[in-house]
Design a protein around this ligand. Structure first.
Ligand code: CTP
Ligand code: MG
Length: 180
């Protein structure tokens, strides 16, 4: 019961989990804010780039399509009906994750935190909130049927755990400057 909730939550959120990690690997180039400042601080900072955002979103969408392709055999293997991603849901999850992270950088800069500074809580959940919101906007029926209260509760617990562990790994292998 809880096991199937965890599997469903993880599967449904994979297209939202991967984009930020892809952005870390792909990042660089022109910052989205073009170097502009607001109130004496960068609007977003050099850590939010067009290339990272575009590549991250694309990777998330392609991953969702890939998951759809293997849905049948994997659903049979785990004895569950794993969610399939309509394209609107795939775009909502992937783009929403990137936008949530960008929104967090905006908040960090407004609160005086420099690029790379940690903001516990916000760092772990910004992309989940963005992904869920945009999934509901782009694919309301799909989101309502996929994200039951049980699945949402599991997402709120497993996401920070996954985020912390993947970022520590990314830091250790040198892909990220800070372990958060
Ligand atoms: N990245 C990017 N575009 C994005 C998100 C991330 O290019 N939309 C890349 C950047 O190279 C960034 C790295 O991924 O430095 C790590 O992402 P993140 O930790 O979100 O950014 P920070 O550099 O820590 O900046 P911030 O304090 O604004 O989060
Ligand atoms: Mg960071």
């Amino acid at each position: 019961m809880v096991g199937s909730l965890i599997v469903t939550a993880f599967w449904a959120m994979l297209p939202a989990y991967v984009p930020n990690n892809a952005a870390v690997l792909a990042g660089g180039g022109r910052p989205i804010d073009g170097g502009r400042t607001w109130g004496g601080r960068r609007v977003l900072g050099d850590g939010k780039t067009w290339r990272g955002t575009a590549v991250g979103t694309l990777v998330g969408v392609l991953l969702a399509l890939g998951l759809n392709a293997v849905n049948g055999p994997l659903s049979a293997a785990v004895g569950l009906s794993l969610p399939r991603f309509p394209i609107q849901a795939a775009v909502g999850l992937a783009l929403g994750a990137m936008l949530g992270d960008i929104g967090a950088s905006f908040i960090k800069r407004r609160s005086g935190r420099e690029r790379g500074a940690a903001f516990p809580g916000l760092d772990q959940l910004d992309f989940v909130v963005g992904a869920l919101l945009l999934a509901f906007v782009f694919a309301a029926d799909w989101a309502l049927s996929t994200f039951s209260l049980g699945v949402l509760a599991v997402i709120l617990v497993i996401t920070p755990l996954l985020h912390v562990s993947t970022n520590v790994v990314a830091f250790k292998i040198g892909a990220k400057d800070e372990p958060w």
